[in-house]
Design a binder for this molecule. Sequence first.
Ligand SMILES: C[S@@+](CC[C@H](N)C(=O)[O-])C[C@H]1O[C@@H](n2cnc3c(N)ncnc32)[C@H](O)[C@@H]1O
Length: 253
Amino acid sequence: MAKQEVGHNFLARLGKTKLRPGGIEATDWLIQQAKIDSQTKILEVACNMGTTMIHLAKTYGCEITGLDQSTKALEKAKQNIAKEQLGDKITVVQGNALKLPFDDGQFDIVINEAMLTMLTGAAKDKAINEYLRVLKPNGLLLTHDVCILDETSRHEILTGLSETIHVNVEPLTLTEWQACFADKGFTVMQKSGTMSLMDPIGMVRDEGLIGAYKIVHNGLKEENREQFKKMFTFFRKNKEKIGYVAHVNQKRG
Ligand SMILES: C[S@@+](CC[C@H](N)C(=O)[O-])C[C@H]1O[C@@H](n2cnc3c(N)ncnc32)[C@H](O)[C@@H]1O
């Protein structure tokens, strides 16, 4: 029987560095809105192997704390940070988004990509309340997730996506995502678009030509082929029904 590996761990093992639905198109948009400089204090929740933190520290020279619940992903992050000699700028912490180990009002920006979608029921609200708590007044919460574009297919998408990536997920419609943040008092700006995660053009844009080639090459190896084809087929079949959504949410002062 095939190994039931969680989708983002599987893609990371194949060589993917951006494990998020809208790839760099969405991340770049979020970063552009945030007006970061060397004094900006950033928390990245679900930092995984540290790709976004390294990009931010290199580009802006700012200090970043990265938190993830996976010790394995954090080991990889530490290696990547050391390779880039950014240990003086980036700190990593193992922890849970639902109970952040930080005092109130610490950060100018909290960034959280491709994680809220994986929280079901009340857990989304719990995590968002934690982000609100650790942000300074007027601070920004930047998020990036999966959205449902065709509400009539909600059940099929929830079940199909959970089975495809081997983790329970609960993507929302654009209106529902907006409400998640607005209901907690954030001022919300929203952008959506097509999924780039397993899309050939998106993959080249996110990982470069050689990176994309390596991922596909690894994905087609016998031991990976079944899961790679399952994920590729699901995202292609549902490309009109699901997309990415990015939010810039400002905490009221
Ligand atoms: C799909 S990956 C996204 C990684 C990265 N943000 C990116 O965009 O490439 C989801 C990450 O969320 C982390 N994660 C899931 N639930 C979490 C939680 N409750 N607290 C902290 N991290 C969590 C996982 O360990 C994983 O690294």
